[in-house]
Design a protein around this ligand. Structure first.
Ligand code: E4P
Length: 217
């Protein structure tokens, strides 16, 4: 499973990339707002840090303007993946951008039928939003399972990018189902390493080691 980080915080991205944890990055207009920077500058900085796909989202809602914005964003770096919303215009833009050889992430997916349309439009990635479905009182993770089955039935090459991840359990469940990618907020990505028995075991080993009075090397 690939890990993308879901943030536009350059400091966090640099640290997580240095740990060797990152296969890519996803941003969205809300994350750009939170970063406090300009979309062009922040996105360029991120692309200089991470080798994998960096999703950058268009904000136009009509096809023509989406294509204009996509052309601007694509010039930022070679690893830009254009993010388009799951609307008819977004799907049309997805198809056109894919025929130009661009990577495309179709975002704001909340149903299996939407994911089917995105695959038929040739999307590189489909982003089902697990957490936001959970917020409605429905099991968001089930959507990942449905999409996986449909994509497997027809051998669609579109990668399932589990998004709106809120917990470490979301990551585990998405991995068990076979999502290709999880885009995870920085704090949740760091939390994946945590286990109380690891901390307890390490403390006990270090305490015993101190009693030996030895040094390695
Ligand atoms: C995905 O690409 C989105 O940026 C993100 O996962 C949305 O997450 P949220 O529902 O926590 O805002």
């Amino acid at each position: 499973m690939k890990f993308f980080v879901d943030t536009a915080d350059v400091k966090e991205i640099r640290e997580l990339n240095d740990l060797g944890l990152l296969d890519g990055v996803t941003t969205n207009p809300s994350l750009i707002l939170k970063s406090g920077g300009s979309i062009a500058e922040v996105t360029k900085e991120i692309c200089d840090i991470v080798e994998g796909p960096v999703s950058s989202e268009v904000v136009a809602t009509d096809y023509k303007e989406m294509m204009r914005e996509a052309a601007v964003l694509s010039k930022i770096a070679d690893n830009i993946c254009i993010k388009v919303p799951l609307t008819l215009d977004g799907l049309k833009a997805c198809k056109a951008l894919r025929s130009e050889g661009r990577m495309v992430n179709v975002t704001l997916c909340f149903s299996a039928n939407q994911a089917l349309l995105a695959a038929k439009a040739g999307a590189s990635f489909i982003s089902p939003f697990i957490g936001r479905i959970d917020d409605m009182g429905v099991e968001g993770i089930e959507l990942i399972g449905e999409i996986k089955q449909i994509y497997d039935n027809y051998d669609f090459p579109t990668e399932i990018l589990a998004a709106s991840i809120r917990t470490v359990n979301h990551v585990k469940q998405a991995a068990l189902i076979g999502a290709h990618v999880a885009t995870v907020p920085p704090a949740t990505l760091r939390a994946l390493v945590k286990h109380p028995l690891t901390d307890k075991g390490l403390a006990a080993f270090l305490a015993d080691w101190a009693k030996t009075g030895q040094k390695i090397g």
